[in-house]
Design a protein around this ligand. Structure first.
Ligand code: PGA
Length: 240
């Protein structure tokens, strides 16, 4: 795994945007695998700036997002579809019909997971997949467990995650109890992977991943099976 250590969040955002932009410049119809969360917000702002400046073009780009709550309406301001529209898609010249997020309002979650997996595979995987990392080493909604699921699937949120996210919803009862998520195999089907981490609270997960071994207790460690991964992090995430 290649590691780029930056001074701060701003540099991490610029460096990671540059890596995504390089893929877009080389391949104008690239498939971008995208992630939600607070970490990539700065990177999306940089990409929108580069698009406004005419440096990169989203006209022929296709996107596939990692995950979505289930069930949730795409209009709900906590949905990952809403996040992506707000942080990137509404700010750049992308064809929205080519932006893909698992459908949180699909009537049958299992069928939607199967459809999404087949769709990502039909594209041949993403040209570049952007990832954040959880404090516990999770990737998308692949949480530390005895076993990991390789393909896109419906997963139950842990009580801890429901509690943590309750503040964003009217009440804990309104937090979706499940999510649709790419599996580690879907993620590893990307040709290139960039994982972004900032802040000392990510240090333990980053350190475990950088050991170079694989353990289901840290799903991010499975990125060690891929030969083109770059970690872009700040000094706090790297050094603790
Ligand atoms: P964060 O989430 O970017 O909000 O820290 C990352 C993740 O949980 O994957």
């Amino acid at each position: 795994m290649k590691v780029i250590v930056c001074k701060n969040y701003e540099e991490v955002s610029k460096e990671s945007a540059k890596i995504v932009a390089d893929v877009m410049k080389k391949k104008p119809n690239a498939i971008l695998g995208l992630a939600t969360g607070s970490t990539p917000e700065g990177m999306y702002a940089e990409l929108a700036k580069m698009n406004a400046a005419g440096e990169i073009d989203f006209k022929d780009i296709t996107t596939v997002n990692l995950d979505e709550y289930y069930p949730i309406s795409p209009d709900n301001d906590q949905s990952y579809r809403y996040f992506m529209n707000k942080n990137l898609f509404d700010k750049v010249n992308i064809d929205k019909s080519r932006t893909n997020v698992p459908k949180g309002d699909a009537p049958d979650g299992e069928k939607e997971a199967e459809r999404y997996e087949a769709y990502v595979r039909s594209l041949g995987g993403a040209d570049i997949q952007v990832l954040g990392i959880g404090r516990n080493g999770h990737i998308a909604f692949n949480e530390p467990d005895e076993e990991l699921v390789p393909v896109t699937h419906v997963t139950s949120l842990t009580e801890d995650t429901i509690d943590a996210n309750a503040r964003f919803f009217a009440s804990a009862a309104d937090v979706p109890t499940k999510a649709l998520t790419m599996g580690m195999g879907t993620i590893l089907s990307a040709k290139k992977i960039i994982i972004i981490a900032t802040g000392a609270n990510k240090h333990d997960a980053v350190a475990q991943m950088l050991k170079g071994t694989c353990t289901t207790k840290c799903p991010a460690s499975f990125l060690n099976l891929h030969d083109d991964v770059v970690l872009v992090c700040d000094e706090a995430a790297y050094n603790g």
